[in-house]
Write a protein that binds this ligand. Structure first.
Ligand code: AGP
Length: 599
């Protein structure tokens, strides 16, 4: 959850490092720093606060040097401060490192180093890496780093420089790190968004690999020192895709990208009468499915359960990855474990994947980020092809995850020689247009947001396949507007939550014309009787429910299976507009990071 950038070439490193950090700020932004080699002297500048604080510091003005490393931090060990900011140095001040991850045995290593006379100045786990490399350094930086990596336990993405060396050493285990290949220049970064402006030629480092990088050569070894060959891959994302394309925030851009991103998830997979996936599954051998994920991805997992059980009649369990990984779960070789992760780097989800694989399950990944760790460790999977999701609050990844799960459910059905409902396939083809229609309500939803942005609590209520949409609506509001919100199955209101209802509490009901319509209607009336504010997401033409509600958004009738993909867009827009009206920069909500790569 921190961001790393490094550069070696003929250009001045500082502007390239600062640009890269700004692109990675969504990974964490409580402090930032950089180190460059200027005339064979290591110069380090670190600042508390966002990258902008570092960028405007006087020390950077005119700071020369064409080899450098940089870091934007999301604190794990040691509070946000200049002292704890990266880069960290050894005692002699000639080695600098930047680190993303957690060194789990840093306390014992810290005691060892202090016992050998090292002065550890910060509260971080990362600093001990610099001292260990210094301890082993006898002129060969790569060798000293290898010796260090064989000692440390935990997760790391590292970039290291020494003032006497015209090279960068990069290494990874459990935290993402890529190498950008330029013309007589090389880049290292936590993800492609930091360097896409300079190159699309990328080498994806694998776990337990170390790279020695000069301005025109990359050599990779594994932790045992054995040479590894990596092919250079071309990234399909354009630099423009990274930018906001004229939207005020990345989150809004990504909400409006959903017709296209859902189309991209369907592309090459959905046909008039069949579904084509390249996943490796033997559906007739699958007796149980377990889906593990975190956060918004866990909400899509809940919807996946509904879809697979309804369409394929295979029992599905959904688990938080953080719970699954520590419960010694019962998993067998005839179980299919699906891991869902936008970033493909979420530590808990990756650990859950390892747990499932160790127990012999066949694993499938539903991941957005190509080259990510989870994507490369599952037995097979589906990329969302949603394009980069920069906003911390997940939007297009969520709708693409559900689309992918629906495709997977249909694929399982098809491979079990069961007929597919052609009406559903047709409905799926129309998903982009249906989402476009919801986006037209953005201004209306902003008007509702204006009325409700001062509320302190919200309830979100839905049933069946739309109960997880209620959970997701609540999470969106919480994480970007800092307003407390809870999602519940509508029928649960009478088991407690209705005690919260008064004229200050808005209840957002998903109450469309489906088999639960009448039940939802009575839930709404219960809230109305207690003067609660009511927002309803209903069906076009349903004046009865519109009259009951204070605010209503009425959408065209749609089949149950696709309704979560369409309905959630209303929730995303409501949360976005409330946060925007509260003048919150929802691309970087407080306390959150885009990719939680530690426990
Ligand atoms: C979603 O809005 C949140 N930012 C968060 O819950 C996220 O979904 C979760 O951390 C999982 O991330 P992943 O999909 O990259 O694994």
């Amino acid at each position: 959850m921190c961001g790393i950038v490094a550069y070696i070439g003929d250009k001045r490193a500082v502007p390239i490092l600062i640009y890269g950090l700004k692109k990675l700020e969504y990974r964490g932004y409580d402090s930032a720093g950089l180190a460059v080699i200027n005339n064979q002297k290591l110069e380090v500048v670190k600042k508390k606060g966002k990258v902008g604080e570092l960028a405007k510091s006087a020390e950077l003005k005119g700071l020369k040097g064409n080899i450098g490393i940089a870091h934007t931090r999301w604190a794990t060990h040691g509070e946000p401060s200049e002292l704890n900011a990266h880069p960290h140095l050894g005692c002699n001040g000639d080695i600098a490192i930047v680190h993303n991850g957690i060194i789990e045995n840093y306390q014992s290593l810290r005691s060892l180093l202090i016992g050998e006379g090292h002065k550890i100045s910060s509260e971080t786990d990362s600093e001990i890496v610099a001292h260990l490399i210094e301890k082993f350094y006898e002129g060969d930086l790569e060798k000293a780093v290898l010796q260090t990596l064989n000692l440390v336990e935990g997760a790391f993405g590292l970039a290291i420089i020494h003032e006497d060396k015209n090279e960068i050493i990069a290494a990874r285990k459990g935290s993402p790190l890529i190498i950008g290949v330029g013309k007589d220049e090389m880049f290292v970064a936590s993800d492609v968004s930091a360097i896409l402006k300079y190159t699309k030629e990328i080498i994806y480092l694998n776990d337990n690999e170390i790279a020695k990088i000069t301005k025109n050569k990359v050599s990779v070894k594994n932790i045992l020192g054995e040479k590894i060959n990596h092919k250079v891959e071309e990234v399909k994302w354009s630099a423009g895709q990274i930018e906001k394309n004229g939207f005020k925030h990345f989150m809004l851009k990504e909400i409006f990208e959903q017709p296209e991103s859902v189309q991209n998830t369907l592309r090459g997979r959905l046909y008039d009468d069949k579904v084509k996936l390249s996943v490796k599954i033997q559906p007739n051998k699958v007796d149980r499915i377990i889906i593990v994920a975190c956060g918004t991805s866990w909400h899509s997992a809940l919807i996946g359960k509904f879809l697979i059980e309804k369409l394929v009649r295979i029992p599905v369990e959904v688990d938080y990855a953080s719970e699954f990984r520590y419960r010694d779960p019962i998993v067998g070789k005839n179980n299919l474990v699906i891991v869902i992760s936008q970033s493909g780097e979420t530590a808990d989800t990756l650990a859950a994947l390892h747990e499932a694989k160790n127990k012999g399950a066949n694993t499938i990944g539903i991941v957005n980020t190509v080259g990510s760790t989870i994507a490369r460790e599952v037995d097979s999977g589906m990329f969302l092809h949603a394009g980069p999701e920069i906003g911390v609050a997940s939007t297009k990844a969520f709708t693409c995850q559900i689309t992918a799960l629906l495709l997977l459910a249909l694929y399982l059905k098809q491979e079990r020689n069961e007929p597919l409902d052609k009406k559903l396939l047709k409905e799926m083809k129309k998903l982009p247009q249906r989402i476009e229609k919801v986006l037209e309500y953005s201004d209306d939803i902003r008007k509702i947001a204006r009325k409700l942005s001062r509320c302190n609590d919200f309830l979100y209520l839905g049933r069946g396949i739309n109960f997880p949409v209620a959970l997701e609506g609540a999470l969106k509001l919480k994480e970007i507007s800092y307003i407390h919100a809870e999602g519940y199955p509508s029928a649960e209101m009478k088991h407690g939550p209705i005690a919260l209802v008064d004229e200050n509490l808005p209840s957002f009901f998903i109450a469309q014309k489906d088999k639960m319509y009448e039940k939802n209607l009575s839930n709404i009336e219960e809230v109305k009787a207690r003067k609660g504010k009511i927002i309803v997401l209903g069906t076009e033409g349903d004046q009865k429910i519109a009259q009951l509600a204070d605010y209503s958004i009425l959408l065209p009738q749609m089949c149950e299976e696709i309704s979560p993909i369409v309905n959630v867009v209303v929730m995303q827009l409501l949360a976005y507009h409330i946060a925007d009206l509260k003048k919150i920069n929802m691309d970087k909500p407080r306390n959150l990071a885009k990719s939680v790569t530690v426990e």
